[in-house]
Design a binder for this molecule. Sequence first.
Ligand code: AMP
Length: 282
Amino acid sequence: MKLKIVRRIPDLRRVVRRAKRAGKTIGFVPTMGALHEGHLSLIRCARKETDLVVVSIFVNPIQFNNRTDLRSYPRALARDARLASAAGCDLLFVPSAGEIYPPGFQTFVEVTQLTRRWEGKLRPGHFRGVATVVAKLFNLVQPDVAYFGLKDAQQARVVGQMVRDLGFDLRLKVLPTVREPGGLAMSSRNQRLSPDERRGAKTLFESLQEGKQLIKWNSRRESGILRRMRAVIRKVPGARIEYLAVVDPETLEPMRRVKRPALLLLAVRVGKTRLIDCMEVR
Ligand code: AMP
């Protein structure tokens, strides 16, 4: 099927309605564009599992708490369309901000507990923006399956909670983090790293591996694990840790006595670029 690009909600609804009437299942991958292998792995999985694959590209203004970050977020529609299509996307939904938030818009979705810590604490309003736009996109696209990356682990949990709490009739699938050869988690923001910073950024992965190994060797003390992980990151010049944590994968609350399954979370600034990463320990 040839890739179709739609910008307006009524045009999206028409395609969705037609697919539903024909008994097709819909797979949905919400993104902010500047697509990379991480996004493409989600699209390919949707292609395998569902009949109509919808990808949205929307740099959601209300989830940015930093104007410079919003303004400098990479945008590359022609390239994105080519990549999405090659990965199996049927329909690309690229709404304007006004299409999603028309004048007078005033309804927001808030997931209260899961957003208290980590990204939620450092980026006030971020998850309210995410939950609101994802809820709206779910209503518009009406997917049977929605695909998210574990790379943004807190986001995936927040969306999962919202789906459960608000009764969205869909299945959420969270797929593993796709990494560059050195281990750096793929991210649209990696484009902002200088070659030196990029070399340093690989260390975040090494730190997560160190933490995972310690837990596998039965380290139980949170403080000891974090100390060793911190020591790895400190080797990188210009790296500034924003948080580093071992948490319960369900509640995202810190685990003082670490047990499995656990989730290691980190946010580190490398130069001017803020990177997040995580790793599951089963
Ligand atoms: P974004 O465009 O950054 O909003 O990401 C769109 C979706 O792609 C989210 O579900 C992300 O978690 C997912 N994603 C981003 N980077 C990766 C990655 N390196 N591996 C797997 N999924 C990713």
